[in-house]
Design a protein around this ligand. Structure first.
Ligand code: HEC
Length: 178
């Protein structure tokens, strides 16, 4: 199920790397519009409302194996933080005067941007190497570790934007309403 090649804007990760290498050799021609194909390669952002989430789905149960294989070395088996960031727990500690834990569960306002972040930046030592299904799986597992979803809840383009993060309503808009 996770054997499919990762597709970013219709391109494989290999094509993305090739395009970046080509750019390094042939520097940007400033003043010329970027070709549509190049824009598609880099345009993989998923905004908070989840627009553009790719096909595919997974549960946290499926995500455990992905997480152990690709994430646990740095983040710990339960996301408790090993050499790198703690991803789970800490809910309610942001007001604590002695120790706060900013994690996906305690701090992040949206679940959709977790998919976006993991797809573009993780694993830290091999970004863009996961298939979309593996990203859904790892995302589901991190949400499960934070007790935000159940182990068998299906995470996909429809269900992920509907996940309400614990700290969602604690952000304030620093800009005056226009
Ligand atoms: C080689 C070590 C390494 C691996 C493997 C790794 N990460 Fe990370 N991760 C990091 C580092 C380092 C950071 C902090 C990056 C930064 O702040 O720029 C990070 C940050 C994160 C964050 C943001 C945490 C926050 O609250 O800011 C998430 C989410 C995350 N990783 C998820 C994952 C997932 C899911 C996997 C597996 C698919 C994974 N990581 C694999 C090293 C790793």
């Amino acid at each position: 199920m996770f054997g499919r090649k990762v597709l970013l804007g219709g391109m494989t990760a290999t094509a993305l790397v090739a395009a970046s290498t080509a750019l390094a050799v042939d520097p940007p021609k400033l003043g010329q519009p970027a070709p549509e194909m190049l824009i598609r390669l880099f345009d993989i952002s998923i905004p908070p409302d989840g627009t553009g989430l790719p096909p595919g789905q997974a549960t946290a149960k499926q995500g455990e194996a992905v997480f152990i294989a690709r994430c646990a070395a740095c983040h710990g088996e339960k996301g408790e933080g090993a050499t790198n960031d703690r991803l789970a727990s800490g809910v309610g500690t942001l007001q604590d005067e002695i120790q706060t834990f900013k994690t996906v569960g305690s701090y992040w306002p949206y679940a959709t941007t977790l998919f976006d972040y993991v797809r573009r930046a993780m694993p830290y030592n091999a970004p863009l190497s996961l298939t979309d299904e593996e990203v859904y799986a790892a995302t589901a597992y991190v949400l499960f570790l934070n007790r935000i979803i159940g182990e068998t809840d299906v995470i996909n383009a429809q269900s992920l934007p509907a996940v309400k993060m614990p700290n969602r309503d604690a952000f304030i808009n620093a800009y005056a309403p226009r």
